[in-house]
Design a protein around this ligand. Structure first.
Ligand code: SAM
Length: 293
């Protein structure tokens, strides 16, 4: 499928792509991204995530370190924890019905979109800067026979091609650290219906620590992103008609995932920064669910 096909559905103007040089950098980053930690985990059951996992390790499923099948089992376990993360996000979307539209802002290869559709039967629209990711997600949706309801488009999530007030719920799953939060929440607030739900799962630096630690700076450099503080999230939501309904600290729940991942062959070199910053309190993994008022 060509970029034009997915970006210009019948009756609608072509979707604008990256708008700034930085967004061009991010589009290139995700176009060329093919880390085994993402692809081999997705191959387990065809749900491709670009986010981290939460929950306790099932030690019996992982087996002991001498097990010849250990690596395969660790991959399956890490993937199970990544899908568990999406489940927690979806748990916080509220009561969604099949006729409604959901938006995954920064949808990656589409794992969360597929899970959302499978759970609610709703239409799920995803946006990403990466044409490769959108093609991948749309191909998976076709393979699963759900492409009438699940679609990824190449566009900037700060200017989404959805009507004002047309969306029941929207989310950012580890994608809000690439944009200005005021701009992002203004756009979610625009597309959401009054009473709609917004959810983010994100890493954020902890204002209680003081300033971003050296670990947070390393994570920013590794992913070419700009991690915001917890305070910035809450302030930008308040300024954009998004009223937090739940703020859940997932940090303790994500540490086992990182500690298991650090023992696998899939390490990317950033594991120490995540583990150290979660442990020294400078970085947190949080879910924030907010009502559009
Ligand atoms: C870490 S990945 C997360 C992907 C997905 N949410 C998941 O959980 O698997 C970050 C995603 O944010 C997207 N992204 C970053 N900035 C964006 C922007 N301005 N507009 C649309 N997507 C953006 C990237 O293209 C990428 O798909």
């Amino acid at each position: 499928m060509s970029l034009t096909d997915i970006s210009a559905p019948a009756g609608r103007a072509a979707i604008p792509g990256p708008a700034t040089p930085y967004q061009g950098d991010i589009a290139r980053y995700w176009d060329t991204e093919a880390r085994p930690v993402n692809l081999r985990l997705g191959d387990v059951d065809g749900l491709y995530h670009h986010h981290y996992g939460i929950g306790e390790i099932d030690e019996a499923a992982v087996g002991d370190p001498e097990d010849s099948e250990r690596e395969k089992k660790v991959i399956a376990e890490l993937h199970r924890l990544e899908s568990a993360q999406t489940d927690v996000l979806l748990d916080n979307l509220g009561a969604i019905t099949a006729g409604q539209t959901l938006v995954d802002a920064g949808c990656g290869r589409g794992g969360s979109m597929v899970m959302a559709h499978q759970r609610f039967g709703a239409r799920v629209e995803g946006v990403t800067l990466s044409a490769k990711q959108a093609e991948f997600g749309n191909r998976r949706a076709r393979e699963l026979g759900i492409d009438a309801s699940v679609r990824a488009q190449v566009c900037n999530m700060l200017k989404m091609p959805f009507e004002t007030g047309s969306v029941a719920a929207s989310w950012n799953n580890e994608s809000s650290m690439y944009v200005d939060l005021d701009d992002l929440f203004a756009e979610h607030s625009r597309i959401l219906e009054v009473g709609g739900r917004y959810v983010t799962i994100t890493g954020c630096w902890n204002p209680k620590y003081g300033q971003p630690s050296k670990w947070v700076s390393q994570i920013n450099a590794h992913f070419e992103c700009n991690i915001h503080s917890r305070r910035e999230y809450l302030r930008a939501m308040a300024d954009n008609r998004l009223v937090p309904q739940a703020v859940i600290d997932l940090t303790p729940a994500t540490l086992p995932y990182w500690e298991l991942r650090a023992t696998s062959s899939l390490v990317t070199g950033i594991e120490e920064a995540f583990i150290s910053s979660y442990k020294d309190g400078s970085f947190q993994y949080v879910l924030i669910a907010a009502d559009r008022v």
